[in-house]
Design a protein around this ligand. Structure first.
Ligand SMILES: [Zn+2]
Length: 396
């Protein structure tokens, strides 16, 4: 939970991991670029593009005779206003290359690999989020509501994760999707028109989660992620059908072989270090808890040893969708779009029926927001629906 004072000293920068554990990267620009090692900023050099950088036994190779210090973080700044190109995308702000080392947790320990991080002003980052998160033809009100939610989410991640690691957010659905420079005017306009506006509760910026389609009933962050949070606006207040136009509003039934699903769930447990790694077949499977509005939020699986395991909503979905070539677990024929689904045994199969929604269902429902916008609701009304009790305030 975000604990910093809500008023920020000004617009923050955000650090977005745009590539993870790569062996080389190529940058482009209409001009030369400035390159230096973060621990030796006086060593700035101007290099031509396209510029390919790679690590070899800890030494940066840039094609330039002037070496950069071993295993240093490398900064690449554009010289003028034109954005830097990294592979197929263009990015506002600067790029940093951060070598991975053997002692970084949860990171591929291979040597000579590095993360590519985009350091960018928050307001320059947000249009590239809207570009990936919403459809071009969606309503201005849906864009404005999404801009405020995405800004709030980003600020909460900067405050919560910033100090402990070399990036604040990923560029994918682990955090929020991000394309770099936005390609449509509505993305830039929606961010400019809401500049600095965030969702707050108890004078704190809230992590304003959102997902594609809630299916009519949302979830709290506690129920979806198992986090011990007490942020009231992240608890759904009521059911609705604003997202009924989403193709994921109703789905299923899907089947998986009981034995295959059991191996899949056990392998998922193994990958996370959870006790369900010991799951021995599936004898019984049921929804063990629903929230006050009727959405399933916990599932219980009983195995041949008569052992029962309970999984929260999102963990259940991840486990049922898990695949791994290393563990020889093929992807399921049909992935569960959400954990808002009935589950039962039918002979050798587990049947998932009456599925609703796509994603975790916490906070704003994107298809619901678009449905509300089409029905004439304002961005503030949309945010009040999906973050009940939250205020919209200016953070800077
Ligand atoms: Zn919805």
């Amino acid at each position: 939970m975000t604990t910093a004072e809500q008023k920020l000293p000004g617009e923050p920068n955000i650090r977005v991991r745009i590539q993870r554990g790569v062996g080389q990267v190529t940058l482009t620009s209409p001009t030369k670029v400035q390159v230096y090692a973060l621990d030796a900023p006086a060593s700035k050099q101007l290099l031509s593009t396209p510029l390919t950088l790679r690590l070899s036994a800890g030494q940066w190779l840039t094609g330039s005779p002037q070496p950069l210090s071993r295993n240093s973080i490398v900064v690449i700044d554009p010289l003028g206003p034109a954005p830097l190109g990294v592979d197929k995308h263009r990015y506002p702000g600067a790029i940093r290359l951060v070598p991975q080392t053997r002692d970084q947790k949860n990171i591929d320990p291979a040597h000579d690999r590095f993360d590519v991080i985009n350091h960018v002003r928050l307001e320059a980052y947000l249009p590239g989020v809207l570009d990936r998160e919403l459809y071009d033809h969606w309503q201005p009100s849906a864009y404005l509501a999404q801009a405020i939610a995405a800004r709030s989410y980003a600020i909460s991640r900067i405050i919560d994760f910033g100090p402990g690691r070399h990036f604040d957010v990923e560029n994918n659905q682990t955090s929020q999707a991000y394309v770099g420079l936005a390609s449509t005017a509505i993305c830039n306009r929606s961010v400019a028109d809401t500049m600095g506006l965030v969702l707050t509760w108890n004078n704190q910026v809230i992590p304003a989660y959102y997902s594609s389609t809630c299916g009519g009933v949302g979830s709290s962050d506690e129920d979806a992620f198992g986090t011990a949070s007490s942020i009231a606006p992240l608890r759904p207040a009521r059911t609705h059908s604003y997202c009924a136009n989403s193709r994921y509003f109703d789905w299923g039934p899907f089947r998986q072989k009981r034995s295959v699903l059991a191996r899949r769930i056990a392998a998922w447990g193994q990958s996370r270090g959870y006790s369900i790694a010991n799951l021995d077949g599936i004898v019984y499977i049921r929804i063990s808890k629903t929230n006050h509005l009727g959405r399933p939020v916990e599932f219980e699986i009983t195995d041949r040893q008569a052992k029962s395991y309970r999984l929260g909503g999102e963990n259940f979905r991840y486990a049922c969708n898990y695949s791994s070539s290393d563990r020889k677990i093929d992807p399921p024929d049909n992935r569960l779009y959400s954990s808002f689904v009935d589950v039962k045994i039918d002979n050798d199969d587990v049947v998932f029926a009456n599925g609703h929604g796509f994603g975790h269902g916490v906070g704003l429902c994107q298809f619901g927001s678009e449905g509300m916008a089409r029905a004439g609701f304002s961005p503030m009304q949309i945010l009040a629906e999906y973050y009940p009790g939250a205020s919209v305030d200016r953070a800077y």
